[in-house]
Design a protein around this ligand. Structure first.
Ligand SMILES: [Fe+2]
Ligand SMILES: [Fe+2]
Length: 316
């Protein structure tokens, strides 16, 4: 996907190389080389299983010098995800993808019958096959126009902790079902081999926090997750009882703890930017066909990631 130079990928602890105008940073055991200042664009929740969204994808404007973040819910299952990567080939210098819940659905039509972690690993393989960065790759440090930033695509899932205190964990699905708000994930998103989704979520959060902590504390970080990292952002006026499927309290304060200069997420299908503690949190979803104006074109929903300038390190 790197158009102006080779992109080498190795196991964690190896090197990602974007050979443009070379600059080196050694961080967390990783040596990273990056180049020309770029802009960072983001969109999520393309939901390409819907024909109108699928047809619109070709109109996404090209930014061949810039990076694109796809923040989950691109489509259901690996096949359409691969189709998306193929159609976007060449439009951006680099694509970064994280899974939403829809990619992790095990659908009867899927001949592989993959579930849980095995399905996630298959999705990662598909992305890598198209040169797309995933949460399983070393986090690259890139020279953004605002200065060097770490790009951290995260896969953290949810654990039902975004719920009112009076609703016990073992009653949360029933509580949502009473308002017809339980997620289809209950029957389609399997946690195998974990015992349940909260266990998978806890493991992802623990592993991810350790990875982020291995990078320099003062290095500004762009945190990308399908779900909002803060419970106060998981506000859904039309389906208030859907919040248990919208994140985890385990990520509370991560934007301060890891010196985020930006947080990008989707899932809510409520676009907008909120500033918390001087950090922009951008919800960048497109949404289902009735949630966006096709007359404006899909390009109107491509968001440039705002990076908090005060958190940027000096250009090296
Ligand atoms: Fe979505
Ligand atoms: Fe989602």
């Amino acid at each position: 996907m790197a158009r102006e130079g080779p992109c080498q990928r190795a196991a964690f602890g190896g090197v990602i190389e974007f050979r443009l105008r070379e600059t080196r940073i050694v961080a967390g055991g990783c040596q990273l080389i990056y180049g020309n200042p770029m802009r960072l664009w983001a969109i999520s929740d393309l939901h390409l299983s819907h024909p109108r969204n699928r047809e619109a994808l070709d109109d996404l404007p090209a930014h061949p010098n810039d990076w694109l973040i796809l923040a989950g819910d691109i489509s259901d299952g690996p096949k359409r995800l691969e189709g998306c990567f193929r159609r976007l080939a060449g439009k951006f210098r680099q694509i970064v993808w994280i899974p939403g819940n829809h990619e992790l659905w095990s659908l009867p039509r899927d001949p592989d019958g993959l579930r849980g972690v095995a399905l996630y690993q298959r999705l990662v393989e598909v992305a890598r096959g198209h040169g797309v960065l995933t949460p399983e790759d070393p986090y690259p440090i890139v020279e953004h126009q605002a200065g060097p930033v770490l790009i951290a695509p995260l896969f953290l899932l949810y654990d039902y902790s975004f719920r009112p205190d009076q609703v016990p964990f073992d009653q949360v699905v029933q509580w949502a079902t009473e308002a017809n708000s339980a997620s289809a994930d209950e029957s389609l998103l399997h946690p195998d081999p974990f015992a349940d989704r909260p266990a998978w979520c806890a493991a992802r959060c623990q592993e991810t926090a350790a990875r982020l902590a291995a990078y320099p504390e003062d290095l500004p970080k762009v945190l990308i997750n399908h779900y909002p990292l803060e419970e106060r952002l998981a506000v859904l006026p039309r389906v208030p009882r859907f919040t248990p499927w919208c994140g985890t309290r385990l990520t509370h304060g991560w934007h301060r703890r890891f010196n985020a200069c930006a947080v990008v997420y989707g899932h809510l299908h409520i676009r907008g930017t909120r500033w918390l503690d001087g950090v922009p949190f951008q919800e960048v979803s497109l949404g289902y066909p009735d949630q966006w104006n096709q007359g404006l074109g899909i390009g109107a929903y491509l968001r440039e990631v705002t990076v908090a300038a005060s958190r940027s390190a000096p250009v090296i």
